[in-house]
Design a protein around this ligand. Structure first.
Ligand code: ADP
Length: 718
């Protein structure tokens, strides 16, 4: 290393020391030992630490400083800081040494039954992308290092500043081993038993559950999707050794060994550095993971953005970059893609990304992604965690920070960094923190505005996104308490309508813009599909008034709109209810209609029908609003009743259900079927009774929306 030497004044040293401590994303790696002439007035040998910068700075000046800068008070140092040009790739640096030895006999322990099951599945797996084990182990090491960093920064643990926070990998082609070592918080003996012998993580649990549900074997993408953590090592290794020494004062090292079958062994060990070292003895068909080039590619694919430096066989293998703090213009689509894959633990691309910076009312640097893939059942589950990691000045406070976004936004993957969060705020307290509430509020409204913009900018891609993720918005409306937020979410809803073309969906604002002056109601109709909506007797009844009606094809949409209640001071109204409330629709025949039965006959038929149907109907009345339909059922508050019937009342007796229903049968006195029933009433009462009951049942089916296509049995009889 050619170095231009310069003597540093005290202030520079202090500044440098501060900069090192405040910029944990940079790497500090020990490159070699040299003699420095004057440290603390003494001639001594100290290791040199290279402070390397993100890759785009390679070639620029990098500091090389000494360990003692970090450990000694600057005032006592009279050393030298060397500046020089450094090429990262040139510098060999590894902490992996062969010093660990077990001392004495070990304890043999059994794996927990659940773990055995998981191990068995993993070991037999035909999963083609076995390489994910590298991502899983790196992710564990990175967590252990982030925890160490957090403890050091918040003063919760006395860290050793001479130990750099790093991950080292070694691919040894001769020994057919793969080794990963970190300088993180490490594990005590008890933690080894607890954490490596039982299944703690929700991902592994979900994996096991889905395995037992699907019975589909493990050659699917399922392992990659859930990530089975540490246990994934057994996909490629027939023996795994873990050496670990906890960061806690006076900890001793331990060695954990297992062949991944029924049991593992733990023994005390010497020569163990702080942190964890895992040695995988590869299976015969997995020797490729002892090849440096193979590992290099895998690291690049999944772990390029890990917040700590990764070294592979002594050479730097990843880019350490806090993307969310960079300028938007400096981030390329490829960088977004890679970063998204890394933080989301996924393999696809993001379909949208939102990079958001704010300094007031709170400091926020946020980067969110929406996956390209359709959400799986696991993603949909309310149990699934929010996949956003919370940082404060690049120090990770919490992965899966559930309070930072409302649960209905759990499909977003990303990072939130806020300088306002004090590092020593305990993780438990985060939940109740008013600052976190503020962050959540600001982020939620920013995310909503973002999706509203997406919808405006490119309707086609928004529509595809809405098909896949629209359900989360419905959940948002139902679960948010604040009406203003609910209405902001409602701006994102899209429905077909009686005035839109088939397949074309409109927004609430479009609907509102077409409302007649003074109108106060947004009408909707629940139907399984467009054809049935268009042929619905309820829609027919409203047609004369030329109002636009939203078509709701999912049963839950009706509930969502009822729950929302209003939008921009306009009230949602089911057109079925509108029919019940229409005072103009009196119970008298239209004398001018030649096809209509006369009033006397209708009164006679009504009384008879009431007798035939008994307590199934509260009332039988005439309607003049139907043309092609013989009759229709109306009930007060149709939407809620329908839901109630499908759920709470589903297993109650028929009589009880009709009592709750309060149904009115509205008959069309001009319809041939109604006239026929009247004929039969006079001439063939038994048959008349059967036809009347059938007509009633058919009308009920339409009302309840129970059949996908009730027309086949009802026959609209044009
Ligand atoms: P997860 O990481 O999701 O919790 P794993 O099965 O991969 O699940 O790991 C189980 C636990 O073992 C971790 O939660 C952690 O406590 C511990 N562990 C795994 N790897 C390390 C490591 N490199 N350093 C310290 N602890 C670790």
């Amino acid at each position: 290393m050619a170095a231009s030497m310069r003597t540093c004044v005290l202030n520079d040293l202090r500044l440098l020391r501060k900069s090192i401590l405040c910029n944990p994303v940079q790497s500090y790696s020990m490159s070699r030992c040299i003699h420095l002439p004057q440290i603390g007035g003494r001639q001594c040998q100290v290791p040199i630490y290279q402070v390397s910068r993100p890759r785009q700075w390679t070639g620029q000046r990098s500091f090389v400083t000494t360990a003692s800068l970090l450990s000694t008070e600057p005032e006592t140092i009279q050393g030298e800081v060397i500046e020089e040009e450094v090429k990262e790739e040139d510098t060999y640096h590894s902490i992996i040494k062969d010093t660990e030895r077990s001392t004495g006999p070990g304890d043999k322990l059994e794996f927990q039954a659940e773990t055995r099951k998981l191990l068995d599945i993993v070991a037999r797996s035909l999963y083609s992308e076995k390489e994910v084990f590298i991502r899983e182990l790196i992710s564990n090491s990175s967590d252990a290092l982030e925890k160490m960093r957090y403890m050091e920064m918040s003063g919760k643990a006395e860290g050793d500043p001479t130990i750099p926070l790093e991950i080292h990998l070694a691919a040894d082609d001769a020994k057919k081993t793969f080794t990963i070592q970190d300088t993180g918080i490490g594990l005590t003996k008890e933690e080894m038993i607890e954490n490596l012998g039982t299944i703690a993580r929700s991902g592994s649990k979900a994996f096991l559950e889905s395995m037992s549900e699907s019975q589909s074997g493990v050659n699917s993408n399922i392992i990659g999707q859930f990530g089975v953590g540490f246990y994934s090592s057994f996909m490629v290794a027939d023996k795994v050794e873990v050496y670990s020494r906890s960061h806690q004062p006076d900890s001793v090292g331990h060695k954990w060994t297992s062949d991944g079958t029924g049991s593992f062994e733990i023994a005390e060990a010497e020569g163990v550095q702080r942190g964890t070292k895992i040695v995988l003895h590869l299976k015969g068909d997995c020797y490729n993971f002892a090849d440096e080039e193979v590992i290099k590619e895998v690291v690049k694919k999944y772990s390029n953005f890990v917040g700590v430096p990764i070294f592979l066989n002594g050479k730097k293998a990843n880019v350490v970059q806090a993307l969310w703090l960079m300028e938007q213009k400096d981030i390329t689509a490829d960088m977004h893609e890679e970063f998204y894959r890394y933080i989301g633990n996924v393999y696809d691309k993001p379909r949208y990304h939102l990079h958001y910076k704010a300094d007031a009312p709170v400091n926020i640097r946020a980067l969110f992604y929406v996956p390209e893939y359709k959400p799986t059942l696991f993603d949909m589950s309310r149990e699934t965690d929010v996949s956003v990691t919370l940082y404060s000045r690049k120090v990770m406070i919490m992965s899966r920070a559930s309070y930072i976004l409302p649960r209905w936004l759990r499909f977003l993957k990303g990072v939130v960094d806020s300088e306002d969060i004090p590092l020593n705020l305990s993780r438990e307290l985060l939940q109740d923190s008013s600052l976190i509430r503020k962050l959540r509020q600001v982020l939620t409204s920013r995310v909503l505005r973002f999706f509203q913009d997406c919808a405006k900018k490119d309707q086609a891609s928004y529509s595809a996104f809405y098909d896949d993720y629209g359900l989360f918005f419905r959940e948002g409306i139902v679960t948010e308490h604040d009406q203003e937020t609910r209405e902001e979410i409602a701006k994102l809803l899209r429905f077909e309508s009686s005035k839109s073309a088939k397949g074309e969906r409109i927004s609430m604002d479009e609907y509102a813009s077409r409302m007649k002056a003074g109108a106060r109601e947004i009408y909707f109709l629940s139907a399984p599909n467009r054809e049935l909506a268009e042929q619905s007797p309820y829609l027919e009844a409203l047609q004369a008034r030329d109002v636009e009606v939203l078509f709701l094809y999912e049963p839950y949409d009706e509930l969502v709109l009822m729950n929302l209640g209003q939008y921009d001071k306009k009230f949602f109204k089911s057109i079925e209810n509108e029919m019940t409330n229409d005072a103009a629709d009196t119970d008298a025949v239209d004398e001018s209609d030649e096809k209509s039965m006369n009033q006397e006959d209708v009164n006679d038929l009504k009384a008879w029908l009431q007798g035939v149907l008994g307590n199934k109907v509260t009332k039988v009345k005439i309607t003049k609003k139907l043309v092609s339909h013989p009759c229709v059922i109306t009930v007060p508050e149709m939407g809620s009743v329908r839901h109630f019937l499908r759920t709470t009342l589903a297993d109650k007796s028929e009589e009880e259900r009709y009592r709750v229903l309060h149904a009115t049968l509205e008959i069309n006195p001009s319809h041939p079927l109604i006239k026929k029933v009247h004929d039969l009433q006079k001439n063939n009462t038994d048959l008349g009774r059967l036809v009347a009951e059938q007509l009633f049942d058919n009308a009920m089916i339409i009302m309840l929306g129970l059949m996908d296509d009730p027309r086949t049995m009802v026959g609209a009889c044009q």
